[in-house]
Design a protein around this ligand. Structure first.
Ligand code: P6P
Length: 334
């Protein structure tokens, strides 16, 4: 019987053998994984627990919050605030940063998360997930929102947990991408994939086609050429997927390739895009790059973007390298 490698063993070996993760970061990742297990249990209860539907409150984004959005946020805060590995946290569901209370020791890391991404899918039983990103707190006393405003290349760990037919934690600490599937009997995440690789080419694109009339010309050109299939300049037929849950769409791309686009559109021209840079695009872009893919905002590498606001939005094109490069080239030619 092949030895099952738990997340704990994987992280210990990453710490001991590859020196990739100091003890405090290993502790942080184990705590986040445990929090994701608890969120998974709440998600799986569905209508059997009092967790469905709207919380009748709005988040900082002006979006209606689901009960599970708030539950997931609280689970992550409570799980992480006492361990001594964090200085502060930031969440899609909170306007400002959450500084670790004085009653607990302060650590050297900053944790950012979208506690439950794709929550519009909760009530219709479609996969959703938690996305997280870890930064090192800059030198100096105290911690402020400014400390979080680091480019995605500064991340020391990033990942997500997708709550679907399986609960799967996907993680990078800068040494490739590993996937861990939750063994509910054991209650532990077991390594099921490592050194994940995305094919450079694909025949599958993911975009919300209902927004077509609002797109910029380069996006219209790229998608139109995909739709022309073998009769068009791409000389191959494409398939389309859109789960409207970034975690699920990205998980598919990490599992079999593809390209995901959530571009700027003229519905809200003042916003660069719908998705958030710090706790959606940055962690997902690092995972994609660590698996051999690419991620840009149409103009530049997402991980190079210097953020100016905590809840900054960004246009996202990510996935199979050759497709991302083509769509980005169309933007730069325009
Ligand atoms: P639309 C979920 O609300 C989310 O932030 C991402 O997970 C997802 O990719 C996107 O928005 C879906 O947006 O406009 O298709 O509903």
């Amino acid at each position: 019987m092949s030895t099952k490698i738990s997340l704990t063993r994987y992280l210990v070996e990453q710490q001991r053998i590859d020196g990739h993760i100091p003890a405090q970061l290993r502790l942080l990742l184990e705590v986040v994984a445990r929090a994701c297990k608890r969120i998974s249990q709440a998600v799986n209860k569905g209508a059997l627990g009092d967790v469905m539907g709207s919380a009748e409150t709005e988040n900082v984004q002006g979006e209606m919050q689901k009960k599970l959005d708030i539950i997931a946020n609280e689970v992550l805060i409570e799980a992480n605030e006492w361990g001594g590995h964090l200085a502060a946290m930031a969440s899609e569901e909170m306007e400002g940063i959450y500084v670790v209370p004085n009653r607990y020791p302060q650590g050297e890391y900053l944790l950012l998360f979208d506690p439950l991404d794709g929550s519009s899918n909760i009530d219709v039983n479609v996969s959703i997930g938690t996305i997280f990103s870890v930064l090192r707190k800059p030198e100096g006393t105290g911690v402020s929102e400014q400390d979080f405003l680091q480019a995605g290349i500064k991340q020391v760990a990033a990942g997500y947990c997708v709550y679907g037919p399986q609960t799967t934690l996907v993680l990078t600490v800068g040494d490739g991408v590993a996937m861990f599937t939750l063994d509910r009997e054991q209650g532990s995440f077991i390594l099921t994939e490592e050194n994940v690789r995305i094919p450079d080419d694909t025949k599958e694109f993911a975009i919300n086609m209902s927004n077509m009339r609002h797109w910029d010309a380069p996006v219209k050109r790229y998608v139109d050429e995909c739709l022309q299939g073998t009769e068009g300049p791409r000389a191959k037929d494409f398939n389309m997927r859109w789960i409207a849950s970034m975690v699920a769409d990205v998980h598919r791309i990490l599992s079999r390739g593809g390209v995901f686009l959530y571009p700027w559109d003229k519905r809200e021209p003042e916003k660069p895009g719908k998705l958030r840079l710090m706790y959606e695009a940055n962690p997902m872009s690092w995972l994609i790059e660590q698996a051999g893919g690419a991620a840009t905002n149409g103009k530049q590498r997402i991980l190079d973007i210097q953020p100016s606001k905590l809840h900054e939005r960004v246009s996202v094109i990510l996935g199979s390298k050759n497709e991302v490069e083509r769509a980005t080239r169309y933007h730069n030619e325009a």
